[in-house]
Design a protein around this ligand. Structure first.
Ligand code: PMP
Length: 463
């Protein structure tokens, strides 16, 4: 089938996520990009055009594209046993091995692993676990879950409600009433003049404390957060943030869910974001990097404290009545084991730390001084450049100028995928964790050319 026919079929029948439907249907957005192959940090489209994937798909292809070890593991498992479920104490060797491995490598005192297919459904499971835990221990009102403005946790009913972005709620009857939002720890935009990072973190913790008091500690079950804010702008926490937040949660007997969907398996330079920032979660969500997206697989990792209550309550409530047809899918487990072998043998957290430090320095060197750059930030192999109209007064560009989207497009035209993020004009990077220093140089050089091109355009438009 030729490219035009494929594009036509796509336009006729695919409902694309995060796409302006009318603009796509009428051709204003152009043809869909038909992605055909991938190798290392690059993908190639149907016309043979290569692009550097500076975002690892959606921060997920951590081991890079085209890893035959993973493809072979998937193929072997599909030939041997394509599927069996994990209901009623059934298992497979790959699933048992993976689970034991995850419990041992995860931070904190973890006990069991429950599997899903996406970060969204894993966070949906986390909410049910919080409710189940509090029902079983006789605290039936302790149900509200606090998440943060600009946090991203998925787009299903509960996870989409946890997501603190109004465009995920508007016109879709969200957020669900048990989810409440608190302030985002975004120092650049949130701090008052002269406030230090530590003071700002303490203020966010006090706000959380007040919110829990206002809702009533007996009504608050959990707090969910990403160790590093991801889709909300790739923003590492300000100094002292997690150290200030956790005592508040402990004081009110509120569970901590670490959403490690992006930060899990090395992206920050540590195996988990929780290890990087000294977070001691009760529940951990992982997805993306677990299989490097070679197979859809997510997990809710359950800490001992929560699990023990579940086991103790089993005689009263019967079987744990939650699970998907594909929970613990053996092909997903085989993919995850093969990916984790690579993560460990190639020390991808170490690479993210070392190449990541080089990346962070290079971004600062190339972008910090540009007149439209407000902030350059990141950790490990995740980073962002935020563009502003006025650096001195921290003023955003008029959204109608679409500065972020234009820079992202200019990068794309030059062969680099770097993502325009919501909440301002932000160019985000999250390359595969196998990226080398020379590949990082290439990424930053293209991004710099794109930024300078749009900067020139803006100057011309103004004059
Ligand atoms: N949590 C976080 C932190 C994420 O970044 C994402 C996806 N970007 C999700 C949850 C949801 O994962 P999925 O898209 O697989 O449902």
């Amino acid at each position: 089938m030729n490219i035009t026919e494929i594009a036509q079929k796509d336009r006729n029948a695919v409902l694309h996520p995060f796409t302006q439907l009318k603009d796509f249907a009428t051709g204003k957005l152009g043809d869909p990009t038909i992605v055909e192959t991938g190798k290392g940090i690059r993908i190639q489209d149907a016309y043979g055009k290569q692009l550097i994937d500076g975002f690892a798909g959606l921060y997920c292809v951590n081991v890079g594209y085209g890893r035959t070890e993973v493809a072979d593991a998937i193929s072997r498992q599909a030939h041997r046993l394509a599927y069996y479920h994990s209901y009623a104490a059934h298992t497979t060797d790959e699933l048992a091995i993976l689970s034991d491995r995850l419990v041992k490598m995860a931070p904190g005192k973890m006990s069991k692993v429950f599997y899903g297919m996406s970060g969204s459904d894993a966070n949906e499971t986390q909410a049910k676990l919080v409710w189940y835990y509090n029902n079983l221990r006789g605290k039936p009102t302790k149900k509200k879950i606090i998440s943060r403005e600009r946090g991203y946790h998925g787009c299903s009913v509960v996870s989409g409600s946890m997501t603190g972005m109004s465009f995920y709620h508007d016109h879709m009857d969200l957020p669900f009433s048990q989810i409440v939002h608190t302030g985002v720890p975004h120092y650049y935009w949130g701090a008052t003049p002269g406030e230090t990072e530590i003071e700002f973190s303490a203020r966010r913790a006090e706000e959380l404390d007040e919110l829990i008091e206002r809702l009533g500690p007996d009504n608050v079950g959990a707090f969910i957060a990403e160790p590093v804010l991801g889709t909300g702008g790739i923003t590492p926490p300000p100094k002292g943030y997690w150290q200030a937040i956790q005592p508040v949660l402990r004081k009110h007997d509120v569970l901590l869910i670490a959403d490690e969907v992006i930060t899990g398996f090395g992206r920050t330079g540590s195996m988990f974001g929780s290890l990087h920032y000294g977070i001691e979660p009760d529940l951990i969500t992982v997805a993306k990097g677990l299989t490097s997206a070679y197979f859809p697989l997510s997990a809710a990792i359950v800490g001992e404290k929560v699990y023990q209550v579940m086991e103790d309550g089993a005689d009263r409530v019967g079987a744990f009545s939650h699970g998907y047809t594909y929970s613990g899918h053996p092909i997903g487990a085989a993919a995850a084991n093969a990916v984790l072998d690579i993560v460990e043998t190639e020390d991808l957290p170490g690479n993210a730390r070392e190449v990541g430090a080089f990346f962070q320095d290079l971004m600062k060197e190339k972008f910090s001084q540009l007149p439209i750059v407000g902030e350059v930030r990141g950790v490990g192999l995740m980073g962002a450049v935020e563009f502003v109209a006025d650096r001195d007064h921290r003023k955003r560009f008029d959204p109608a100028l679409k500065v972020g989207a234009r820079i992202s497009k200019a990068a794309r035209d030059r062969g680099l995928i770097a993502r325009a993020m919501p909440h301002g004009d932000i160019l985000g990077f999250a390359p595969p964790l196998v990226a080398t220093k020379s590949e990082i140089e290439e990424i930053v050089a293209i991004a710099e050319a794109a930024v300078r091109a749009v900067l020139d355009e803006l100057v011309r438009e103004k004059s």
